[in-house]
Design a protein around this ligand. Structure first.
Ligand SMILES: Nc1ncnc2c1ncn2[C@@H]1O[C@H](COP(=O)(O)OP(=O)(O)O)[C@@H](O)[C@H]1O
Ligand SMILES: [Mg+2]
Length: 243
């Protein structure tokens, strides 16, 4: 099978700083992969390379069998790769509707905006009610819902989701993971970056562990023994590794 995403021996960084070293990672169509690791090991950098936000300094990036190394972000979006970036990924000074328009314009092209907007507001009535509100005035959970609305409507081939659970109340995290499970059941492959590992392990088939910018282990979720996973969470605050 042709992977939907294939990173081949990718190195990447920021200026002179090297963040990733020889990372190879692939996601098959419909597969859900958890990318786990402690703070600062390079997970977000992998997500950025996988969605075209930064180009690798070495190695190559393939989407659905086409080489995309160095291609612009919108090309990744048009190829069906969606990105839910970490943190507050909305434009705070734009309205809810403007945020959605911008995103759909990039992924769908100009003529795709209106139908996608209709669909988003039908699927997320609470966003429809807040369409004229500035995204910066939404609660953290609502902002994450806005991020999710952008990608759920796109029905991407692959969603790269970066720490969606960070800083959110458990009930909202549950909702987000329900949305991810639904997206997956509709055929979208997932690359889930997480520090809260229990949700990610429950959702994903396969685990890739990152340490110091390098893949140190990968395998099926059931083989990702608590000890293996716990190793990288020695210093991570908060969550206990699964029993
Ligand atoms: N925009 C940036 N400019 C410079 N260095 C960065 C930038 N983003 C991340 N880094 C550095 O790259 C390394 C990996 O970071 P990151 O990919 O964000 O890790 P993670 O997501 O696993 O916490 C860290 O040392 C971090 O400080
Ligand atoms: Mg990160």
């Amino acid at each position: 099978m042709t992977p939907i995403l294939d990173l081949r021996s990718v190195s990447a960084g920021y200026g002179p700083f090297h963040a990733l070293f020889d990372v190879s990672l692939s996601v098959q169509p419909g597969e859900a992969v958890a990318l786990l690791g402690a703070n600062g090991v390079g997970k977000t950098t992998v997500a950025r390379v996988a969605t075209g936000l930064i180009a690798p300094s070495e190695g190559s990036v393939w989407v659905n069998g086409t080489e995309m190394t160095g291609a612009a972000t919108f090309r990744f979006a048009r190829a069906g790769v969606a990105h839910a970036p970490e943190g507050r990924s909305v434009f705070a000074t734009l309205s809810v509707e403007e945020n959605l328009r911008l995103s759909f314009r990039q992924s769908k092209g100009r003529r795709g905006v209106a139908p996608a907007l209709d669909q988003a507001f039908t699927q997320f009535p609470s966003l429809a009610r807040r369409r004229r509100m500035l995204a910066g005035d939404l609660s953290g959970g609502e902002q994450r819902m806005l991020s999710m609305a952008r990608v759920l409507v796109e029905a991407p081939r692959l969603l790269v989701a970066d720490e969606l659970s960070l800083g959110l109340a458990p009930i909202i995290v549950d909702e987000i993971y329900n949305d991810l499970a639904r997206l997956r059941s509709e055929g979208t492959a997932l690359l889930i970056v997480e520090q809260q590992i229990s949700h990610a392990l429950a959702l994903c088939d396969r685990v890739v562990l990152l340490e110091h910018g390098t893949v140190i282990w990968e395998g099926p979720t059931e083989d990702a023994e608590a000890r293996v996973v716990a190793k990288i969470f020695d210093h991570a605050a908060g969550e206990e590794p699964p029993a």
